[in-house]
Design a protein around this ligand. Structure first.
Ligand code: CA
Ligand code: CA
Ligand code: CA
Ligand code: CA
Length: 454
């Protein structure tokens, strides 16, 4: 499936990296790839004249940081995404190094957590993933931090412009060895939260509609207490509700399909469920055939790929992305070069420095359409759900607020159309329930969908 094109990354040295986020850092409308550095600089890779070039300023590069995850979302409603930078200088419990929350004013970035009014908000507990959550559906996001050895946190901006931790108020301040997170409306009409736990049961937080949550993992069948949950992605396998792809560290891999009653049942095939050191999972339509592939990024073992072929999940040859000795830590998809096919960027780390790797897929004649919904403030509407009907068949995607493990994909719904080159309808549903419908949109391009006017 994949062809190595890592040569397109300028000065691609061996490094310790963890998560990757995809967001527009420099405000030019195109997305950059933000790569964490552990004991080394963070990178902001910009697609420029056919190459990926690092444009990180010293502040954002934060060369002294021990960065595990970076996540973007518009916290203050100015249409620009802020960056939450999770540092962890230890594996669990109290840590020395605080986190950063970078916000851009004009061309000038500052760390909101370093401002005097936010002095009490420093995060001093180790953690892994961060995910964007708009729990009220009003277009302003908070950041959920999956702590390890302390309660989960939810950083939001108060009306007075100060950061506050709303985790207790929301009812998500549970203690775990937190790992991968996803946040999207998949149980209710608002953004719900699933959290992998490496040291006990996973959490499934259902949004009660008022920004408060109830934890229902056990009753819905996704607690999976015996295994070390690490990575999670969502996909809609059957045109019903969203399902959960969960990767574990040395345990069985899970494809939890959500049934009509709301319970989940594991439908991973024998080969798919094979134990392994899974770092990241991604569901994406790499070959634009209209069906998402499932990519498992493993640490120190060959990666795995499954595709929906002839009405069943089958292993697919990875090609160059097999990486039998890759110490995979994080991976993201984005259409970096704007040709309508997704690229895959893989980060490595966890004790052994390795360069980043970048993959493309071979050209096909398959059709595609890409949808970028915006919040009322004009930022990417992470957590919105996009449906695409083509040839009478409906596909659905959620705009990523954070997924895999430590990572955040591009905030675009990418649909392959197979042999079709026309779309009957696109539907966008925002996290407040607002719906926009676009009939017969053009295929083969990116459709930006603003929040509907009142
Ligand atoms: Ca940009
Ligand atoms: Ca903002
Ligand atoms: Ca596919
Ligand atoms: Ca591409």
């Amino acid at each position: 499936m994949f062809l190595d094109c890592s040569r397109l990354i300028v000065d691609n040295q061996p490094r310790l990296s963890n998560g990757i986020a995809v967001t527009d850092v420099d405000g030019d409308g195109a997305f950059e790839l933000v790569v964490t550095g552990y004991g080394t600089n963070n990178l902001i890779l910009k697609w420029d004249d056919g190459r990926l070039v690092d444009i990180a300023s010293p502040l954002l590069a934060d060369a002294a940081g021990c960065t595990v995850a970076i996540t973007a979302a518009d916290v203050d409603g100015d249409g620009r995404e802020e960056l939450y930078v999770l540092n962890s200088d230890c594996a669990s419990g109290p840590k020395e190094m605080g986190d950063r929350l970078f916000a851009c004013f004009g061309k000038h970035w500052i760390d909101l957590l370093a401002q005097p009014e936010n002095a009490g908000m420093a995060n001093r507990v180790a953690g892994r993933s961060v995910v964007a959550m708009d729990r009220h559906g009003h277009g302003r996001y908070g950041f959920v931090v999956a702590a390890d050895g302390g309660p989960f946190r939810l950083f939001e901006l108060s009306r007075r412009g100060r950061l506050e931790d709303a985790a207790e108020d929301a009812g998500i301040d549970l203690i775990a060895a937190g790992r991968g997170l996803v946040c999207l409306p998949f149980l209710s009409d608002r953004m719900d939260l699933f959290a992998c736990n490496e040291g006990g049961p996973n959490f499934l937080f259902r949004n009660l509609g008022d920004g408060n949550f109830e934890e229902i993992a056990e009753e819905r069948g996704v607690a999976d207490s015996r295994f070390a949950g690490r990575a999670v992605a969502t996909l809609d396998t059957d045109g019903g509700a969203f399902d959960l792809l969960v990767g574990t560290w040395e345990g069985p891999q899970r494809l939890f399909r959500q049934r009509s009653g709301g319970g989940f049942v594991d439908e991973a095939t024998g080969e798919m469920s094979m134990p392994g050191r899974v770092s990241t999972v991604i569901a994406a339509d790499f070959d634009n055939d209209g069906y998402e592939e499932l990519f498992f990024n493993l640490h120190g073992e060959p990666n795995r790929l499954f595709g929906w072929r002839h009405d069943e999940w089958q292993p697919i040859e990875l090609g160059d992305a097999l990486e039998p000795k890759g110490n995979g830590t994080g991976a993201v998809v984005a259409d970096i070069d704007g040709d309508g096919r997704l690229e895959l960027l893989v980060a490595h780390g966890g004790g052994a420095a390795q360069p980043l790797s970048l993959y493309r897929t071979a050209a096909t004649s398959n059709g595609w359409v890409r949808v970028l919904p915006l919040t009322p403030y004009g930022a990417p509407a992470r957590g919105a759900v996009v449906s695409c009907t083509a040839g009478g068949r409906r596909q659905r995607r959620a705009i990523c607020g954070g997924s895999g493990y430590l990572c955040q994909m591009e905030p675009v719904a990418h649909f392959g159309l197979g042999p079709l080159h026309a779309v009957e309808q696109i539907e966008v549903r925002w996290p407040d329930g607002t719906i926009a419908i676009i009939d017969n949109p053009p295929a083969g391009r990116v459709l930006t969908v603003p929040y509907p006017p009142e």
